[in-house]
Design a protein around this ligand. Sequence first.
Ligand SMILES: Cc1cc2nc3c(=O)[nH]c(=O)nc-3n(C[C@H](O)[C@H](O)[C@H](O)COP(=O)(O)O)c2cc1C
Ligand SMILES: [Fe+2]
Ligand SMILES: [Fe+2]
Length: 402
Amino acid sequence: MPRVHIDKVVENLYVLRVDDDETKYFEALWYIPEGITYNSYVLTTRNGAVVFDSWKSRYADLFIESLKSVVDLRDIKHVVIHHTEPDHSGSIPKLLELTDKKPVLIGHPLAKALFTSFYNVEAEFRTVRDQEELLLGGKKLRFIHVPWLHWPDTMATYIEEEGVLLTCDAFGGYGVMPVLYDEETIVQQYLPYVRKYVVTVIGHYREHIVKNIEKIAGLKLSIKVIAPAHGLIWRNNPQTIINYYYKLGLASPIERKILVIYDSMYGFVERAINVVLSELKSRGFDVKTYAFTDNRQASIGDILSDAVDSVGIVIGASTYDGKLFPTMSTILRILIEKLNAEKPLLIINVSGWGKPIDESLKTLYESSKFKVVDLVGIKGLIQDNDIDRLKRSIDSLIKTLQ
Ligand SMILES: Cc1cc2nc3c(=O)[nH]c(=O)nc-3n(C[C@H](O)[C@H](O)[C@H](O)COP(=O)(O)O)c2cc1C
Ligand SMILES: [Fe+2]
Ligand SMILES: [Fe+2]
C-alpha cells in the first residue's frame, strides 16, 4: 500500500501526497530508485472547494479516499488542471465520475483539448487566459501561464490571500522524502533529486525555466509558499528552490566539476580514461565518472544530472560495427536533446581497425551548443605517444575553462 500524506499547508489549503515507489522508470525512460511523489492540493472556501491536480491513475481510488477526508465531494466547485500529463490528471476522470461531472474544470485552452483527447470525457471546461482571476468564497486565484514547464499547457495558480504559488511540475523534484516541507536538514539531500528531475523532464525546455522565473519575478507576487506537484513543499525558504531552478535553467557550472562518461568492452577505452582521470585529478578537478562495461551500466538520468552543472565533459567511446558505441551515441544524442549547453567536450575514440569516428561526431555537434575542443583517436592499447596526446587534449580542455 503506497504511503499517503495529508496535511494543512496553510489555513484552508491541504496537500494530498502519495509516495510512488512502484514506478521504476519515470516517463518509461528515467531510472528512479529514489521514487517520486504526486502532490494534489485542495483549497476550501466558504463557497465551495477547489482541487488542484490529482495523482497518477493507478492511485485513483486512493486519491478519492484521501480527498474525502478533507472535503465533501459535493462541495468541489472547480478542478484546476495545471498540466494535463497523466501523472497529474490521471485521477480526475474518476473524480468527475463520482461527482456527476459537477465540478467545472479550469485550465489552459490546450489543456482542454488534451484532457478531452486523453480521457474522452465531456465535462464543463473553463479555459483561462494568462493572469485571469477567479474569485471564490473570499479567495482570489490568479492563473499564470508558464508555458513549457513542462508542456505548452502548463500554468500555475497564485492564491493571493495566502501567498501560495501552486506550480505543478515547476519547482518539483524526484525523491520520496520523509517529510513534506523544506526542512533545513533535508534540503541538501533533496536538491540532487531536483537537479535530476529538471534535466531529465524539463531539460529540453531549459530556456523556458529562465523565462518563466523572470516572468514570475516581474509580477511582484508576495510568495510565501511554493507548492509543486512533485517533491517537497517550500514554505520555510521558497527562494531557495526558485534560485536553484534558475541556476539549472542557465546550466551554471560548479567550478572544477568535470564529468567523464565512457564505455569499454574489453578495457582499452578504460585505459585511456584512466590517464584522463589521473591527469584531471592531479590538476585539482572534481571528477564524476560514469561507465558502461561488462559489469557496470550507469544510469543516463544520473549522467544528465551531473552534466548540467559540470564545467566540461569528457567522453570515452569505442568503435562498434563501424560507428560509435551504441550506448554512447544514444547518450550524446540525449545530452544534445536535454541539455544542449555551452560546455566544452573532449571526445576520445578508441578503435580497432578503422579510422577514428570524427566526421560523424562533428556533424552531430555542429547543430548543438556544445563545443568539441578536441577529438582524440586511439588504436587499441594506448602507447606513450597516445598518453602525450591525451595530456595535450586535457590542456586544450582546461584552456577553454579560463
Ligand atoms: C563487437 C565489436 C565491434 C567492433 N567494431 C569495430 C569497428 O567497426 N571498427 C573498428 O575499428 N573497431 C571495432 N571494434 C574494435 C574496438 O573498437 C577496439 O578493440 C577498441 O579498442 C575497443 O575498446 P574497448 O575494449 O575499451 O571497448 C569492435 C570491437 C567489438 C568487440
Ligand atoms: Fe510533466
Ligand atoms: Fe509531473
